[in-house]
Design a protein around this ligand. Structure first.
Ligand code: FE
Ligand code: FE
Ligand code: ZN
Length: 276
């Protein structure tokens, strides 16, 4: 069975978030490691995290996804912004050691005029100093829509970052369906072709998770506006093929559509209905 969940709030604690996931039929989930705008993470409650680990294990959850704040920009021209990215990532990675089966997903960042190549070098530099080779959490680069000067809008850029990361650091990719579509990859009429391209450039075994979002805009729009499943330009049929694709159905899938919990519950039911 596919592992399906959605983006959730951890504000009432990890165990409560796990219970909320169960209540909507989810068996994975995603949460922000800290407020996307602010910088301070909540204090660690070991009992709460132990309870969360238990809920995940007892209910056969897939890997859960910890999402770094959007304000993290490891390839900023501003050294202070890069320093913040380093400190946040290092602190998040330390905390995530306590969670049993978790990926750490982040947006590679936007370069500020210094070019993609220099941006890629800076991103790898932050990863190399923030992530310790012994960390058990796998770091995931998210595929981006290519809004502005976002890095990660094509598989080649993600591959370059991965190639510049020290050996011993576990690194993979989280594919966001809205983002790859907005970046110009035709997952609607040529899903197989896109995944073959991913395989030849990065290696399909490096694809570790999916963000399941429809898109408000046409292919190649570079907009990054998520839509509810079946109500955007990707459409239900494409999502049916996505959740059944042999390369994808083994991955944890998290919705990031404009919904509250009840809406997520309906979309989880809808997608589980698509899965053969
Ligand atoms: Fe994201
Ligand atoms: Fe996403
Ligand atoms: Zn997005």
């Amino acid at each position: 069975m596919i592992k399906l969940g959605c983006h959730m709030s951890v504000s009432k604690g990890f165990a409560n978030m796990g219970r909320d996931a169960l209540s909507i039929g989810a068996d994975t989930l995603q949460f922000f490691t800290r407020n996307p705008r602010g910088s301070k993470a909540k204090e660690i409650d070991l009992e709460d995290i132990a309870e969360f680990n238990k809920i995940c294990a007892e209910n056969s959850f897939g890997a859960v996804i910890a999402h770094a704040p959007y304000t993290l920009n490891p390839c900023s021209k501003d050294e202070k912004v890069r320093e913040f990215a380093f400190e946040t990532m290092a602190d998040d990675m330390n905390r995530l050691e306590l969670i049993d089966n978790v990926y750490y997903n982040f947006h590679p960042g936007s370069h500020v005029g210094q070019g993609a190549q220099e941006g890629i070098r800076l991103i790898a530099e932050v990863i190399n100093s923030a992530v310790k080779p012994g960390n058990k959490t796998t770091v995931l680069l998210e595929t981006m829509a290519g809004k502005g000067t976002e890095i990660g809008k094509c598989f080649e850029e993600l591959k370059s970052i991965m190639d510049s990361v020290k050996s011993g650091i576990n690194i993979g990719v989280c594919m966001d369906t809205c983002h790859v579509f907005d970046a110009g990859y035709d997952i609607v009429t040529d899903l197989d072709g896109v995944l073959r391209e991913f395989d030849s450039i990065i290696g399909i075994d490096r694809l570790m998770a999916l963000h399941i979002n429809d898109s408000m805009n046409p292919i190649g729009s570079h907009k990054d506006r998520h839509q509810k499943i079946g109500q955007g330009s990707i459409g239900s049929e494409a999502f049916s093929r996505i959740v059944n694709h042999p390369y994808l159905k083994r991955l944890p899938m998290c919705l990031e559509t404009p919904n509250e919990l009840d809406g997520y519950k309906r979309e989880i039911e809808l997608l589980r209905g698509f899965a053969k």
